[in-house]
Design a protein around this ligand. Structure first.
Ligand code: SF4
Length: 729
């Protein structure tokens, strides 16, 4: 047996933990994995880090690895046929060209991947869309999670990323967690919060549920869902009217304070208390505590961003930090903590409809000229492209065929599981003329594919991820890929070359070097520096060893806006788009689960993790609601909204308020996105996953219901190609 040790970055959340793999190279098998010292994790990992690699063994529990390219040679409705790469590439290239010639470049949409592939493949994906297809219609799943953080932070402080670093959290004096259950989303970040508390920090948690994070807090603001903006405006009211603002900081480093002050004057705690279901004294305490330190940190997650007012809340949070002078020093600032392992990196690479890599605007002629020259094309498209959440609007609801999306290239994402209002999404995918999926596993979206291109997974290729706190870190090949599969970047190169734009790179480092030379904020972050330091946080402008990167942003109150001045902004609160009513008396909110990840094709194919939880998931309900409906803990119940109905298990818990129910989004049978609403924030176009109206029905015949769950689950797995013998585990 030949043993090899390889260190890499965890593929699950944005904490960026470092893991050491021991492999038997002869058998091409992983023998053991354990966490090692890293900038963000010390030497710790959560259960996904310890046990989340088993999918590399392809145990075919949930679905199956794609090992060969497949095409529907005879059009929609014909079976998928396994073919060689030459034929698959020709098929995809010809069909994309056909759509481009007939309907124009903007009839093609791309969704890239914040998951396994890494920054280099994402850089090439946006280059392929812009330089070869000629459109800015390229986006990724930040759209459905933290796009509101990017939009709201850039509008106020000029930079959309965390202003501080994960390790700095533990030296904060006050931590205001809003809409963020770190224990479920980023356990290693939660560990820093616990350490901060041990060192004496005051912890405020604003969350409608009792969560693991709220249980370690000193003050839990158990507000009504959807009232974040009422709360943050009210905190600003208290800070301003009690004279707790940092007037020096405001004067020296910001503008538009008077407009901000005028809006928040409508939000005295006595008025907001009944709206947000909070004690006005608790709002005052939170505001006083937050304003009482120069090492106050705000951390937020999707409980802020996944609302139709998400951008306004982010602006308001950045304004709270400016109001109190909480920027520009260690252990202070704002922390939109990115969920998936590389959602920060995929934004960094310009996989967004309005920016090139390094957040350089596509609307800026100088930037277009720079990238066009570097990429060897005459011109690049100048108008921002389409956000991926608007694809249904441009397919199902668009009457003019010339304005529709006719081709969709989906790379490492599963919108048929992760997007809101799945019935509409399925109709969208079914109506698009040509759908390409490039992925590692069969999933709900590949069922709509006209061509499937099999890619290597995390653990089977090299590259770079960006952690939530702007840290570039290497990922490395741990085992050899099995089957006729290729790295994502190689597939994009083949397609590009087949479409008349030869793309050739020796390895991921060659791609990285091209990218950093075009992106001033990243120029100093070479592979060599990452190897030496372990992690390089951007901005890092200089390749010299003296520029080690940047731990925290906005030093000395100098913001990343064009003139260095921060802009105060907020808005008036309004309720969510679809509120509870007599027919649908519950509010439904979607949340995370610590043992599973995203659309579950990876964690659902890991034996240990799958054994923690399985279909049809669960719906959290209050004991009082359970009593009223006559259901018990563990019973299957039906959850219904205007858009659909699913079956899930009732989890009776004191943690939720009466009238509110919570589901996680990993489940195929208990798929909460059958119920969610596609109402979008007007700026970020992020869906309002956190609030819609629902009703719960008791199921009298539990035996029938379990049979139904088993039947649907088995059918789905069989459709994904899991052999019958493997279906019953
Ligand atoms: Fe992986 Fe995140 Fe867990 Fe760390 S905290 S081991 S990065 S899932």
């Amino acid at each position: 047996m030949t043993i090899k040790e390889v260190q890499t970055t965890c593929c699950y959340c944005g904490s960026g933990c470092q893991l050491l793999f021991k492999t038997d190279t002869k058998a091409n098998k992983i023998l053991e994995v354990h966490p090692v010292q890293g900038r963000t994790n010390d030497d710790k990992a959560c259960l996904k880090g310890w046990y989340g690699w088993d999918f590399l063994n392809d145990p075919q529990i949930l679905t199956r690895r794609i090992r060969r390219p497949m095409i529907r040679r005879n059009g929609k409705g014909s079976p998928l046929e396994a073919v060689g790469w030459d034929e698959a590439v020709k098929f995809v290239a010809e069909n994309l060209q056909k759509v481009k010639d007939k309907w124009g470049p903007d009839s093609i949409m791309g969704a890239a991947s914040a998951r396994g592939p890494g920054n280099e493949s994402n850089y090439l994906m946006q280059k392929f869309f812009r330089a070869v297809l000629g459109t800015n219609n390229i986006d990724h799943c930040a759209r459905i999670c933290h796009a509101a953080s990017v939009a709201g932070s850039r509008a106020t402080i000029g930079e959309g990323a965390m202003s501080l670093s994960i390790p700095e959290i533990e030296d904060a004096e006050v931590i205001f967690n809003i809409g963020y259950n770190a224990a479920a989303s980023h356990p290693i970040v939660a560990r820093r919060i616990v350490r901060a508390k041990e060192k004496g920090a005051y912890i405020i948690v604003a969350d409608p549920r009792v969560t693991e994070t709220s249980r370690i807090g000193h003050l839990h603001l158990q507000l009504k869902g959807g009232t974040n903006l009422a709360l943050t405006n009210s905190m600003a009211y208290v800070i301003i009217n009690e004279g707790l603002s940092d007037t020096e900081f405001i004067k020296a480093h910001t503008r538009d304070f008077d407009e901000f002050k005028a809006i928040v004057q409508d939000y005295p705690p006595e008025k907001i208390g009944p709206i947000a279901e909070l004690d006005p004294e608790d709002i005052k305490t939170a505001a006083r505590k937050y304003a009482g330190s120069k090492h106050s940190v705000i951390l937020w997650g999707m409980g802020v961003t996944q609302f139709s007012q998400g951008v306004d809340v982010v602006k308001s949070l950045c304004s709270l930090a400016m109001l109190t002078g909480n920027f520009g020093r260690p252990s202070t600032g704002t922390g939109p903590v990115r969920g998936q392992n590389n959602v920060q990196g995929t934004c960094d690479m310009g996989v967004l409809p309005d920016v090139f890599p390094g957040y350089q605007s596509v609307a800026d002629p100088q930037m277009r000229e720079k990238f066009a020259r570097a990429w060897g094309v005459k011109s690049l498209p100048d108008s921002p492209g389409l956000q991926l959440t608007r694809v249904p609007e441009r397919v199902v609801h668009e009457k003019d065929p010339a304005k529709r999306i006719h081709a969709y290239y989906i790379f490492g994402e599963d919108p048929a599981q992760s997007d809101p209002d799945l019935a509409e999404l399925r109709e969208t995918l079914a109506r698009i003329d040509f759908v390409v999926c490039q992925d590692i596993f069969m999933n709900k979206t590949t069922q709509f594919a006209d061509a499937i291109l099999p890619a290597t997974s995390w653990g089977e290729h090299d590259g770079v991820y960006t952690s939530s706190d702007r840290g570039f870190q290497r990922i490395r090949k741990v085992i050899e890929p099995v089957g006729d599969i290729k790295d994502d970047w190689e597939i994009i190169c083949l397609l590009s070359t087949a479409m008349g734009y030869p793309m050739k790179y020796k390895n991921t480092e060659a791609i990285w070097n091209e990218m950093i030379d075009l992106s001033p904020k990243f120029t100093g972050a070479t592979y060599e520096k990452m190897e030496r330091q372990g992690s390089v946080q951007w901005p890092c402008y200089d390749k010299g060893a003296h520029d080690r990167g940047t731990m925290y942003l906005h030093q000395g109150g100098h913001f990343a806006t064009p003139d260095g001045i921060g802009l105060f902004k907020t808005a008036h609160y309004h309720p969510p788009a679809e509120v509870e009513n007599s027919e649908f008396p519950f509010t439904l909110c979607t949340v995370r689960e610590v043992g599973h990840y995203s659309a579950r094709t990876m964690t659902g194919n890991c034996r240990t993790l799958r054994n923690l939880e399985d279909e049809p998931g669960w719906v959290e309900m209050s004991p009082r609601d359970c009593r009223t409906l006559g259901v018990s803990d563990g019973d299957l119940v039906k959850i219904i909204s205007k858009r659909g109905a699913v079956i899930s298990r009732c989890k009776m818990t004191e943690r939720v308020k009466t009238g509110a129910v919570y589901m996680t989004y990993q489940w195929w049978v208990g798929a909460c996105n059958e119920l969610t609403i596609s109402c979008l924030d007007p700026t970020s176009r992020t869906p309002e996953y956190k609030y819609c109206a629902a009703k719960i029905e008791k199921i009298d015949d539990q035996k029938w219901a379990w049979h139904e769950v088993d039947t649907v689950y088995s059918r789905l797995r069989t459709e994904m190609g899991v052999p019958e013998k493997a279906v019953i585990q």
